[in-house]
Design a protein around this ligand. Structure first.
Ligand code: ADP
Length: 398
């Protein structure tokens, strides 16, 4: 078999991250990775580095818009300096009720997924834009969508269904979850001995937690949108609906239209709440830990709210799984913030979760549970791009 370079694209509000894997002959070697960052600014960053970490491209271009940014990526990959991709995998948070399976992208599929932008408003418009551009700028190269919601498609109806009038359920309003590719990558890394009863906490700027039974998702904290579930960097997480109505009525007093009021409410719950809202300081855990050291009570409350919420979810998932074999921490906070891990687990010994303080004093992959812990506790970084490559290769063979 010949060389099979696969491009993986993961776009955010101000950046496009990408990597290229060699996937021929059963191989899965990352050849290089890169990013265009600072979209919408005069001084963006465009870099590509090889597997050894050497920067092959290191530029500071003006990036007035996403189109200019993605063209830089496409031009570099067509320059002959890098192996041109023979397939492209796109990360997508949620494809809506009709697109549950990872599959080849057509313009009709993008239109269909775009109908459900409201289900991941910060992600879907950007991802759909990049998919259209990729079809245009890489003609003849098959593109595939890899959904975060794919991993959560195994959740039973009682978990997925929302307690709302049926007319809204019929519009596709239900729980889809997020971070599914990260969860899939943790299960993948635990193979061939995936614990029967597993909880994975993906704690980053956005945070969620999943209960996984025999390798399949049983429940997850995020709901219709990534705003639900655990308190995140700037998002509320689950909240009494009465709070939303109260804030909406306050906003409506000065809004010119219903849609302006809805947009403002969305900004409050998605961009101004969570760790940022409570701390009045930052959505970044590193800043909050520094502020706590300096005695900042708001930062302390924000982090306590975060760790308390996660401990409660762990408790409810242990009940749902009817036991627990392993707890895994992943994501920027899960991998690096030992204090959060310690605080989350501090009151969970009755559930058989006991950390070893010394083992927990690490960043990166490790077993951090104490010898007497009934539940194994591990830190495992996610391998999301690798999972996307695996799906692309599988789908190309179908
Ligand atoms: P995203 O959800 O955007 O992918 P990440 O998974 O990169 O985010 O996680 C970002 C979070 O991880 C931030 O809150 C950041 O403060 C936290 N983080 C990263 N490194 C550290 C560290 N060394 N100590 C504590 N927190 C960290």
């Amino acid at each position: 078999m010949s060389s099979l370079p696969v491009l993986v694209l993961n776009s955010g509000s101000s950046s496009i991250k990408f990597s290229v894997y060699e996937a021929g002959n059963g191989e899965r070697a990352r050849l290089f990775e890169g990013a265009v960052d600072g979209i919408g600014t005069d001084l963006g960053k465009f870099w590509i580095k090889n597997a050894a970490g050497t920067k092959l491209v290191d530029q500071t271009p003006a990036l007035p818009n996403r189109s200019v940014a993605f063209k830089l990526v496409a031009d570099a990959l067509h320059s002959g300096e890098f192996p041109a991709p023979v397939a492209i995998g796109h990360r997508m948070v949620c494809g809506g009720p009709t697109v549950q399976e990872n599959q080849r992208i057509t313009s009709e599929l993008i239109d269909e997924m775009e109908r459900y932008t409201a289900f991941a408003p910060l992600h879907t418009p950007i991802a759909c834009y990049i998919m259209r551009e990729a079809l245009r700028l890489f003609p003849g190269v098959p593109n595939f969508v890899c959904l975060d919601s794919y991993f959560h498609r195994t959740m039973p109806e009682v978990v997925r269904h929302m307690p709302i009038p049926d007319e809204y359920s019929a519009m596709g309003v239900r729980r889809y979850g997020a971070h599914g590719i990260s969860y899939e990558s943790i299960v993948y890394q635990l193979q061939p001995e995936v614990p029967e009863k597993l909880i994975v906490a993906h704690l980053g700027n956005g945070s969620s937690i999943s209960a996984i039974l025999q390798g399949q998702c049983l429940d997850t904290s995020m709901g219709l949108t990534p705003t639900g579930g655990i308190i995140s960097g700037t998002r509320t997480g689950d909240i009494d609906p009465g709070v939303l109505l109260f804030i909406l009525r306050e906003i409506a007093k000065t809004a010119q239209s219903a849609s302006e009021a809805a947009d403002k409410l969305e900004t409050v719950v998605s961009k101004k709440s969570g760790l940022l809202g409570v701390s009045q300081l930052s959505n970044d855990m590193r800043d909050l830990r520094e502020a706590i050291q300096a005695g900042n009570a708001h930062a302390r409350l924000a982090v306590d709210k975060f760790t308390w919420t996660i401990a409660r979810w762990i408790g409810s998932f242990v009940a749902e799984l009817n036991g627990l074999d392993m707890l895994v921490f992943t994501g920027g906070i899960g991998e690096n913030d030992m204090a959060s891990r310690a605080e989350i687990c501090a009151g969970l010994d009755a559930l058989g979760i006991v950390l070893d303080a010394e083992r927990n004093n690490v960043r990166g992959p490790a077993m951090i549970s104490a010898k007497n812990s009934r539940v194994a506790v591990r830190v495992i970084p996610p391998l999301e791009d690798l999972i996307i490559v695996n799906h692309v290769v599988r789908l190309m063979g179908e």
